[in-house]
Design a protein around this ligand. Structure first.
Ligand SMILES: [Zn+2]
Length: 149
C-alpha cells in the first residue's frame, strides 16, 4: 500500500466495489440519477437484472443489463447531467459516470468542470470518502486467472 499523498496529478475513479461494500443505499442513489424514462423502466426491477428496453428513437427492443450500465450508457449522457449548478463533489462523481469511469486526476477534472484543481483535490481527499471516489491504483494486480490449473 502506497503512502504517497495524492496530488493534483493522481488519478481518481469511482471505486464501485468499495462503494457497494461501504454504503448500503448506493443503489437507491444510482437509481435516482436515471433519466425519467429509465426510472420508470427500472421501477420494478431488482439490482443486477436484465430488462427489455425500447429505444425511443429506433423503436428497437434492447436487453439492458442493470442500472449502472444504463446510467452510464444513456442517462449520464443527457444534456444537463452535469451543470454549473451541480455541487462540486457531485459534479466530480457525475463526470466519472459520463466518461465511463476512466481515471481522471484533479487537473483533468479541473479542465472539465472549470473549477480549481486544488479545490477538487481537497474534496476528493477529505476525511469522508464520497460515493466511492478514491485514487485509482493501476498497479493493483487483477484478481483474475488466479485459480486456474
Ligand atoms: Zn436513460
Amino acid at each position: 500500500m502506497s503512502l504517497l499523498k495524492p496530488n493534483t496529478k493522481t488519478p481518481f475513479h469511482i471505486d464501485f466495489e468499495w462503494w457497494k461494500q461501504n454504503e448500503r443505499d448506493w443503489h437507491i442513489f444510482l437509481r435516482s440519477l436515471l433519466c425519467p424514462e429509465h426510472q420508470e423502466a427500472f421501477s420494478n426491477v431488482d439490482e443486477g437484472q436484465t430488462i427489455d428496453w425500447v429505444d425511443a428513437e429506433t423503436a428497437e427492443v434492447k436487453p439492458v443489463d442493470g442500472i449502472q450500465n444504463t446510467l452510464m450508457s444513456h442517462c449520464a449522457l443527457q444534456p444537463d447531467f452535469v451543470s454549473e449548478r451541480t455541487a462540486m463533489v457531485e459534479a466530480v462523481f457525475r463526470t466519472f459516470l459520463v466518461n465511463g469511469n476512466s481515471p481522471m486526476s484533479a487537473e483533468d477534472l479541473s479542465k472539465r468542470l472549470h473549477r480549481p484543481a486544488e479545490t477538487i483535490l481537497r474534496t476528493l481527499t477529505g476525511p469522508r470518502i464520497y460515493r466511492g471516489l478514491r485514487p485509482y491504483q493501476a498497479s493493483m494486480p487483477e484478481p483474475i486467472a488466479e485459480a486456474q490449473d
